[in-house]
Design a protein around this ligand. Structure first.
Ligand code: ATP
Ligand code: MG
Length: 329
């Protein structure tokens, strides 16, 4: 089996975007790969986080991973800051990364715009840390949403560059991106990506939102006013809702268009909300049950960190040897 790494930031509660674009694939892939899934808290602090909220989100993300179907018996689940090799390999990789290649990354530019008072070094270094995450585990594949494609391309470049300088060391990773639902859009602005850190809570549906909240958020979703339920470039809002419906109701977009040919937007939005509620209800029940079992979740995270650390340390020693760091034997 090949290795797989991916992660989600505890920068909020995961959204339908994270679920469709990333987490649902994590679950599907766990039988076919050696999967390593991280709660990437080192990444989250590239944007200002309230310490208490960060702590809570990190723990709750562990519960959500499992509630959404990740099995800790099959994959490694851990918190990034528990394995110091991530920060260490990050440093090494910084020395082969050009400032020009990270400063032109779309996410860096986006997040710099949104956090103009805190354009810190970490924000720019984000994709290099992400590269360390991936390369430490000899990962062949990295399931991600479309917004992360550029970062994994950088990871490939850096792996190839390091191997070129120091000899064959890293596996060159491949991104795995959904054909549909790789970029779920904001409900408040269908030209923007849905993001869990959006300050407008109506822009996203969190997987923990209750029934009434989900219905309210879909009812308010920004669309056009021509009352035609059809996926097309000039109808980003309706296209986004059709994509969400098609994933949650497990129907092709064309079938969904046909189903709603005589419906108005109000009925259609309610149907989308209902399809989401039907899938999320059992996840939410499992999530609640898990949150009440703190001892179990802690044990999963302790075991996960131990397993991740074993693999990561091995890779890091190999790297240190290759670059010529002296080691008394
Ligand atoms: P933040 O706003 O803090 O960056 P986020 O919602 O973008 O949060 P991340 O933790 O950055 O979430 O990303 C986790 C995974 O979810 C990544 O693989 C990312 O590509 C994917 N993802 C994020 N947003 C979407 C989206 N709107 N549609 C599909 N996939 C997404
Ligand atoms: Mg993001």
């Amino acid at each position: 089996k090949k290795n797989l790494f991916s992660g989600i930031q505890p920068s909020g509660i995961i959204t339908l975007g994270n679920y469709i674009g990333a987490l649902s694939n994590f679950v599907k892939m766990q039988d076919d790969y050696n999967c390593i899934y991280s709660i990437v808290d080192l990444h989250a602090i590239t944007v200002r986080q309230d310490p208490l909220v960060l702590k809570k989100n990190s723990f709750e993300l562990a519960a959500l991973y499992i509630a959404c179907g990740l099995n800790p018996e099959k994959c490694i689940l851990f918190i990034q800051s528990h394995v110091s090799a991530h920060a260490e390999l990050n440093w090494v990789l910084n020395t082969i990364t050009y400032v020009g290649e990270v400063s032109r990354m779309t996410q860096y530019k986006d997040k710099s715009r949104k956090n103009a008072d805190n354009i810190n070094m970490g924000l720019m270094d984000y994709p290099v840390l992400q590269t360390a995450d991936i390369l430490l585990y000899n990962s062949s594949v990295v399931p991600i949403g479309a917004d992360q494609k550029q970062h994994v391309e950088l990871s490939r470049d850096l792996a190839i560059r390091f191997n070129g300088h120091y000899g064959d060391t890293f596996v060159v990773p491949e991104p795995v991106i959904n054909k549909y639902g790789a970029k779920i859009m904001s409900l408040a602005d269908p030209l923007k990506k849905m993001s869990k850190s959006d300050e407008n809570i109506n822009a996203f549906v969190a997987v923990t939102d209750d029934k009434d909240t989900i219905i309210r958020k879909f009812k308010r979703a920004v669309t056009d006013s021509d009352n035609v339920i059809k996926a097309s470039k000039d109808k980003p809002g309706i296209t986004n809702l059709l994509t969400i419906y098609s994933v949650f109701a497990d129907k092709a977009i064309a079938a969904a268009e046909k189903e709603f040919i005589n419906s108005n937007y109000g009925d259609f939005k309610l149907a989308v909300a209902e399809s989401v509620i039907a899938k999320l209800t059992p996840i939410q029940e499992e999530y609640k049950r898990l949150l009440a079992d703190k001892a179990y979740l802690n044990q999963v995270l302790i075991n996960g960190a131990k397993q991740a650390n074993d693999i990561a340390r091995r890779t890091l020693s190999k790297v240190y040897k290759k670059i010529g760091f002296y080691m008394p034997e």
